[in-house]
Design a protein around this ligand. Structure first.
Ligand code: TPP
Length: 320
């Protein structure tokens, strides 16, 4: 186990379970039609937000995620009850029930929001990093997106501008090898995405996105580079989603045994095995899952008991 201490490793395991249990409960609430609309889950990809957010200073840094962003909001420290309430369209949601699953944000915790426009977080993160040059905050902007988004023009423009201006941006690719229903091999000739960093003259690192501590170390190094004025950095984290692109996706485009194989190397399995090998008892390991499950169930019950958002308030917070 590469963790600096077993306390950190156990806290990471709780962080992974918090996201996993949250997403499982979201699945249930969506199937029951208590949550409306399209929902994209990050089950299997939890180590990336948990590791990355542990390397940020969220009192000043800013995270920009995609529609697959519930885990990022949780890892930033957003409360699960407020997040469930947001997905359920409740008044007590992080955004008063206006944003839903794909557009929620919680800037008080450094989470500047999701975005359903593929690749749109890149230019916004560049803006946040450019602002930091003038406001003296020392902020690092981390933008996370999928392998498909690497082919969006806006992402190239963002990388180029961040490099040309030496801006403090961490570009973090969650490479789950699918863009919606299309495998990466059908979209690019060279699937080695991190090599693209050279074209922008920025450092690039490839990391095992199922290893929470490896992600933490890669992001910590990128943050150091940024804080010393040598940013930006590209990180490619290899991972897999254990579920469909959206809830209801039958995944007929995936080989049958692919998900089964992925279940043997997913982040919770890997960290649990490492902790067990380091001598942590099964009772303690199971206790973490049980405690987190109870916390998430309570949060969901709190959100379900909250009043629905008031439709007459829909125009509040609208710019212009
Ligand atoms: C600009 C834009 N083009 C197309 C879409 C439709 N779309 C939604 S998700 C998605 C796939 C993105 O794949 P990837 O970037 O790999 O992220 P992942 O979903 O795997 O996390 C696409 C094409 C969109 N939302 N925005």
């Amino acid at each position: 186990m590469s963790h600096s201490s077993s306390e950190t490793a156990l806290a990471d395991l709780a962080g992974l379970w918090r996201i996993r249990c949250f997403e499982e409960t979201v699945t249930r609430l969506r199937v029951e039609e208590q949550i409306a609309g399209s929902v994209h889950l990050c089950i299997g990809q939890e180590a990336i937000p948990v590791g990355a957010c542990a390397a940020l200073d969220l009192t000043r840094d800013a995270v920009f995620a995609t529609y697959r962003g519930h885990g990022w909001a949780l890892a930033c420290g957003a409360g699960p009850a407020a997040l469930f309430a947001e997905l359920l369209g409740r008044e007590t949601g992080t955004n008063g029930g206006r944003a839903g699953s794909a557009y929620l944000s919680d800037p008080d915790h450094g989470f500047y929001g999701e975005n359903s426009i593929v690749g749109a977080g890149g230019p916004i993160a560049v803006g946040a990093a450019l602002a930091a040059r003038y406001d003296g905050s020392g902020r690092v902007a981390l933008t996370v997106f999928g392998d498909g988004a690497m082919n969006q023009g806006a992402v190239h423009e963002a990388m180029n501008m961040a490099s040309a201006f030496d801006l403090s941006v961490v570009f973090l690719v969650e490479n789950n090898r699918y863009s919606e229903l299309t495998p990466i091999a059908a979209m690019v000739r060279d699937a080695d995405l991190v090599t693209r960093s050279a074209a922008y003259g920025m450092p690039g690192t490839r990391v095992d996105g199922n290893d929470v501590d490896a992600v933490r170390r890669a992001v910590a190094e990128a943050v150091d580079t940024c804080r010393s004025g040598r940013g930006p950095v590209l990180i490619e984290a290899h991972t897999q989603r254990l579920v469909g692109h959206y809830i209801g996706d039958a995944q007929v485009y995936r080989p049958r045994d692919e998900v089964e194989l992925a279940r043997t190397t997913e982040p919770i399995v890997v960290l649990t095995a490492a902790l067990r090998a380091a001598g942590v008892s099964d009772t303690e390991l199971t206790g973490i899952e049980t405690r987190v499950r109870a916390e998430i169930e309570t949060a969901a019950a709190t959100a379900l008991a909250a009043p629905p958002a008031d439709p007459s308030a829909v125009k509040e917070h609208v710019y212009g």
